[in-house]
Design a protein around this ligand. Structure first.
Ligand SMILES: Cc1ncc(COP(=O)(O)O)c(C=O)c1O
Length: 416
């Protein structure tokens, strides 16, 4: 069989596909300690809310039938979009209307559309790229470009903090935005590190993007106002040059694949057009499950009072366990500021993080080796890329604690 260039590109078995297969296998195997995936926790209070909502949909005459039996428009469920626009205007004072919003099948799908909207082959024959001003950055962005050589990114500056912590910052000195940049993108909070870019960094990036006349894409999958998995001060930003992408996944509905793009009317409308071609309309189950929570603002209360403290406790508990177990090892951990992960930096590790991953896998413990999180920096032989691992703390405490013990034990053996 002959595949097109598109077929070849998207069926190329990247290292990450192998990792995702390992993670998939792990879910089916109870003996594996799963500290690798990005699945959000099953938080009982949140799940109970959704169970109640589903029961009310089932008991209300006609609601279930319309939920399963009607397509939404290509922009996504209109009632949900209207309620969301109203909530964002009221909460943050953003100047938006429903025309500034489009839904997608998960925010992953939104990034595929947005990146290819702004980068790749341009109509005038030139090529443009997506810039990640700070790596490590989300693994899911890699390989989303329809053409090769699609991303460019920068090393961060590293601030060493007390208590074995550190924090990445955007290195503005080394940051040049050439004419070949189509858009700038950051995740905030960042997957894999739990970093939250400061308000000042965001303001500066926003300014650079506007000066260059390119959109500033902000991946808010873990951000405010929902699911609000942020443990530090961070002001939300939106203006007509930013593209804020949100998701219902980390709020607890990953399987309903609901992504949200909030952008200029032109960009939101382009996303709706792409939806029309790619899938007619985004699935509307997530929107129907969450609409009441948006209308009465409960989505923010649940985020702040249930989801955020749930993960914050787990983040600091896991940090404590690593401190207890790792002892004298020359490790540092990125300051946990949000998301579901701890990012361990093992300075001068005598093997690569990929080898550490294999050794841990042999002990039924899954993490993600750090070198996958540098999209656009593949050619850079910076040793730091091979000295880090991402550990997810979303699983139950017993699993995370057992995993931390094995990870620490293996790391100590490697340092000898
Ligand atoms: C930073 C970040 N952005 C986007 C996504 C995509 O999530 P979804 O497609 O479920 O909305 C994820 C998923 O883990 C993520 O971590």
């Amino acid at each position: 069989m002959k595949f097109s260039k598109f077929g070849e590109k998207f069926t190329r078995k990247a290292g990450i596909t192998q990792l995702m297969d390992d993670l998939g296998d792990a879910l089916a195997n109870d003996d594996i300690l799963m500290l690798g995936g990005g699945n959000p926790a099953h938080i009982p209070e949140v799940q109970a809310r959704f169970r109640k909502r589903m029961e009310s949909i089932l008991s209300e005459p006609g609601e279930f039938e319309s939920m399963i039996g009607n397509y939404d428009g290509s922009r996504g469920n209109a009632a949900f979009i209207e309620a969301l626009a109203e909530m964002l205007c009221e909460t943050f004072g953003w100047n938006i209307s429903p025309e500034n919003i489009a839904l997608t099948n998960g925010s992953q799908n939104a990034f595929f559309c947005l990146f290819n909207l702004f980068a790749g082959d341009m109509p005038d024959g030139s090529k443009r790229k997506i810039l990640f001003p700070l790596t490590p950055e989300y693994i899911g962005y890699a390989d989303t470009g329809l053409t090769d050589d699609f991303f460019v990114s920068k090393r961060p500056s590293i601030e060493l903090l007390d208590d074995g912590l550190f924090k990445y910052h955007v290195d503005f000195q080394g940051l040049e935005i050439g004419d070949d940049i189509g858009a700038i993108c950051v995740s905030r909070p960042t997957n894999p590190t739990g970093n939250v870019l400061t308000d000042e960094e965001m303001r500066h990036l926003d300014e650079l993007a506007r000066e260059k006349g390119v959109p500033f894409i902000i991946d808010n999958a873990y951000g405010t106002p929902f699911p609000d998995i942020i443990y530090t001060e961070a002001s939300p930003i939106w203006n007509s040059n930013t593209v804020v992408c949100m998701s219902l996944s980390k709020f607890g509905l990953p399987n309903f694949r609901t992504g949200i793009v909030i952008a200029s009317k032109e960009i939101a409308s382009a996303i709706a057009d792409i939806n029309g071609v790619m899938c007619l309309a985004p699935g509307g189950l997530g929107a129907r499950m969450a609409i009441d929570l948006i209308r009465d603002g409960e989505i923010m209360r649940i985020s702040q009072e249930i989801i955020q403290p749930y993960y914050q406790r787990k983040a600091f508990q896991t940090l404590e366990w690593f401190r207890e177990e790792l002892g004298e090892v020359p490790y540092r951990i990125h300051k946990p500021e949000g998301a579901l992960f701890l990012w361990l930096w093992l300075k001068d590790l005598p093997c690569t993080s990929a080898e550490l991953y294999e050794r841990l896998k042999a002990r039924n413990t899954l993490v993600i080796p750090g070198h996958h999180f540098f999209p656009g920096l593949e050619a850079d032989d910076w040793p730091h890329k091979h000295e880090c691992i991402r550990v997810t703390y979303a699983q139950d405490d017993e699993t995370v604690h057992a995993g931390v013990k094995i990870i620490a034990d293996e790391i100590k053996k490697i340092y000898g």
